[in-house]
Design a protein. Structure first.
Length: 254
C-alpha cells in the first residue's frame, strides 16, 4: 500500500513545520461550471491582500517566513514558495485563472489563508511519496518543458520511486503527477513553517475538507473526517496510507 512518509532529514531542518493532508478518493474532477470556480478565486483575492499590509511586498510576514525557510536548503536560483508566487500576482492586480476544480479550490484556500496548498494524483505515484532531502539527480520534468531538471543534492523535495514530484519544497511540481480532469484519487497538502500560524493551518484544512459547498460537490467522501496531531512521526514515519483522509503532521519527541 502506498504511504506518505516525512523523513527525519526534513524534520531536522524544519522541526516546527506543520503539514496538513487531505486524501480524496473516488472524485469527479471534471470541469462543469468554470464560472463558479473563477468566482471562488475572485472571492479569495481580498483575503489575500489582507495578508499584505506593507507596500513593500517582501517585508510582509507571510512572504518573509517562506524566504527564510528557503534559505535553509539548496534551491534553484530564483525559486520562491508557491504562496509567494500567488500573492505576488494578486498584489500586482492580476487575477488567478481557472485550471480544474481541485486546483481552483486549493488555490482559493491558499490565497485566503496565505499558506502553500497543492495537490497530486495518487494514482500516478510510483511507490511511496516522501517529503525529504533530494539525493540529487532525481528525474523531474515540469510544465512547458520536455527536459528533466533534477533537484540539487540536499534540496527539500516531494519524491517517489520514479523521481521528484515537487522541487524546492513547494516551488514547482512535476507534470507527471499533477491533478487534471481525469484525476479520481487526490492527495491535497497544506504547509506551514510558522509555528504562530498553526491555528490558521487548522482553519484552512477544515475549510478545504468540508466547508466549501464546491468541495462537497466533487469530493463526495470528504465530510466529517477527523484531524489527528501525529506527534510520533519521527519514531514511526510511515503513518499515512492513502486510505486515511485528514491529518496534520508535526515533529515528535525522540
Amino acid at each position: 500500500m502506498k504511504k506518505f512518509i516525512i523523513e527525519k532529514d526534513f524534520w531536522d531542518v524544519f522541526p516546527e513545520a506543520r503539514i496538513g493532508i487531505i486524501v480524496c478518493n473516488n472524485i469527479d474532477n471534471t470541469v462543469k461550471g468554470e464560472d463558479d470556480y473563477l468566482q471562488l478565486l475572485m472571492d479569495a483575492e481580498p483575503h489575500a491582500l489582507s495578508h499584505l499590509p506593507n507596500d513593500d511586498f517582501t517585508s510582509n510576514a507571510v512572504i518573509k517566513v517562506w524566504r527564510e525557510a528557503f534559505s535553509k536548503f539548496k534551491t534553484k536560483k530564483g525559486a520562491r514558495s508557491s504562496i509567494e508566487a500567488l500573492l505576488k500576482r494578486v498584489h500586482k492586480g492580476n487575477h488567478i485563472g481557472t485550471i480544474n476544480p481541485l486546483v481552483d479550490i486549493y488555490n482559493s484556500i491558499s490565497l485566503k489563508y496565505a499558506l502553500p496548498c497543492g495537490g497530486e494524483d495518487i494514482n500516478k505515484f510510483v511507490g511511496d511519496l516522501k517529503l525529504t532531502k533530494a539525493v540529487g539527480g532525481e528525474d523531474f520534468i515540469t510544465y512547458g518543458s520536455d527536459t528533466s531538471e533534477p533537484p540539487y543534492e540536499g534540496e527539500i523535495v516531494y519524491k517517489d520511486d520514479f523521481g521528484a514530484v515537487c522541487r524546492c519544497w513547494n516551488w514547482r511540481e512535476a507534470v507527471r503527477t499533477c491533478l487534471n480532469e481525469e484525476t479520481t484519487n487526490a492527495f491535497m497538502i497544506l504547509e506551514c513553517c510558522d509555528p504562530t500560524r498553526e491555528e490558521t493551518l487548522n482553519e484552512a484544512l477544515n475549510e478545504l475538507s468540508k466547508e466549501y459547498p464546491e468541495v462537497k460537490m466533487i469530493i463526495n467522501n470528504v465530510d466529517e473526517y477527523p484531524k489527528r496531531l501525529l506527534e510520533d512521526v519521527i519514531r514511526n514515519p510511515e503513518i499515512l496510507d492513502f486510505t486515511l483522509n485528514c491529518v496534520v503532521f508535526c515533529a515528535g519527541e525522540l
